[in-house]
Design a protein around this ligand. Structure first.
Ligand SMILES: NC(=O)c1ccc[n+]([C@@H]2O[C@H](COP(=O)([O-])OP(=O)(O)OC[C@H]3O[C@@H](n4cnc5c(N)ncnc54)[C@H](O)[C@@H]3O)[C@@H](O)[C@H]2O)c1
Length: 283
C-alpha cells in the first residue's frame, strides 16, 4: 500500500497548477513546501523562493519532504527564448528529481503535457497517427517546449530506475478553471474550430489536474509511468467525429468517439491512477 505523504514539495507554487495543488493539499491536511522563482506569497507553511534548477535551493526546499510535485516550467515555447524554455525546463526537472532521489524521496509526480506529441506548437498542422491518442502514440515534436517535456519524461523514467522512485509524468492538456480561459477558448472554437485541432479540443480543470497529481503520489504503484489526463469531453460545441473529419480527415480511428468525447484514451488514467475528471466545462 502506498503511504500518504507527510510533506509534499510543490515546485511552480506561484503558478496556476501550483496554487490548485497547494489548495488541495491544505484541504487534505497534508503539509506542503512551496518553491517558485516568483514569491508565491503565503501559500504554505514553508516557502522557498528560488530556481528549481539550482541544487542548493532544491536541497533547502526538500527538507522534511517525502513526496514531490514538480510543476515548475515555462509552460509554452512562446514565453521565452527557445534555449531558455528547453534548458530551463529540463534542467529544473533533472535537478529536482536528482536531489529528491539523493534525499531518499520515493514518490514524485511531474507535469508533462499533451504538447509532448508535437502537435500543439508545430508551425504547420500535424496529425496524430491515430485517435484516440494514447501513451503509445509516436511523438513528432518540432518545438523546444514539446522537446523539453519529452526530455523531462526521459529524465523521470531514468530517475525512477536510478533511485528506485515511483515517478508519474502527467500529460496535461490546456489547464484552466472557472473564469480562467475555458469560456474564451470554447467561444473561439465555436467560430474557429480549426484553432483547436492542434490540441484536439481538449482541456482539464486545474482542480482535477491537482487531484490527478495527488493520485499519482498516493496510488500503490511503482516505477515510471506517463499518463494522459484530460476531461472526457472537449471544449468544442461541434461533435468530435465532425471535427476530426474536417481537420484530421485521414487519421486512423481506433474506436468511436460519440458526441463531444475527447479524442484521448483515458484508460491508463482510470486504471493506474483511478482518475476521472470531476469539474467539466459547461458553456
Ligand atoms: N497551463 C497549461 O495549460 C498547461 C498545459 C499542459 C502542461 N502544463 C504544465 O503544467 C505545469 C504548471 O503549469 P501552470 O499552468 O501552472 O504554469 P504557470 O506559468 O502558471 O506556473 C509555472 C510556475 O513555475 C515557475 N517556474 C518556472 N520555471 C521555474 C524554475 N526554473 N524555477 C522555479 N520556478 C519556476 C513560474 O514562476 C510559475 O510560477 C508546467 O510544467 C506546465 O508546463 C501546463
Amino acid at each position: 500500500m502506498a503511504e500518504v505523504p507527510r510533506r509534499v514539495l510543490v515546485t511552480g507554487a506561484a503558478g496556476r497548477l501550483g496554487r490548485a495543488t497547494l489548495r488541495l493539499l491544505a484541504a487534505m491536511g497534508v503539509a506542503a513546501t512551496a518553491l517558485d522563482q516568483r514569491d508565491p506569497g503565503d501559500v504554505a507553511d514553508r516557502v522557498v523562493v528560488g530556481g528549481a534548477g539550482d541544487p542548493e535551493v532544491v536541497r533547502e526546499a526538500l527538507k522534511g519532504v517525502d513526496a514531490v510535485a514538480h510543476l515548475a516550467a515555462i509552460p509554452a515555447p512562446t514565453l521565452d527564448t527557445p534555449e531558455a524554455v528547453f534548458c530551463g525546463n529540463t534542467r529544473a526537472t533533472f535537478v529536482v528529481l536528482e536531489e529528491a532521489g539523493q534525499a531518499g524521496v520515493s514518490r514524485a509526480v511531474v507535469a508533462s503535457s499533451l504538447s509532448v506529441l508535437g502537435l500543439p506548437w508545430a508551425a504547420r498542422r500535424l496529425h496524430p497517427a491515430y485517435v484516440p491518442v494514447d501513451e503509445a502514440l509516436p511523438v513528432q515534436i518540432e518545438d523546444p517546449y514539446g522537446l523539453s517535456k519529452q526530455v523531462d519524461e526521459a529524465t523521470a523514467a531514468m530517475m525512477a530506475r536510478r533511485h528506485g522512485m515511483t515517478v508519474v509524468a502527467l500529460r496535461f492538456p490546456l489547464l484552466g478553471g472557472p473564469g480562467d480561459k475555458f469560456e474564451d477558448t470554447a467561444a473561439r472554437y465555436a467560430v474557429s474550430p480549426e484553432s483547436g485541432a492542434k490540441e484536439l479540443w481538449t482541456y482539464l480543470d486545474s482542480r482535477d489536474a491537482a487531484m490527478a497529481g495527488w493520485q499519482a503520489l498516493t496510488r500503490p504503484i511503482s516505477g515510471y509511468h506517463a499518463v494522459f489526463v484530460t476531461a472526457p469531453t472537449t471544449l468544442a460545441p461541434q461533435p468530435t467525429e465532425e471535427l476530426l473529419g474536417r481537420y484530421h480527415p485521414d487519421v486512423e480511428r481506433r474506436s468511436p468517439l460519440p458526441g463531444h468525447t475527447a479524442p484521448v484514451d483515458l484508460a491508463v488514467a482510470a486504471d493506474l491512477l483511478g482518475f476521472t475528471a470531476q469539474h467539466l466545462f459547461a458553456p
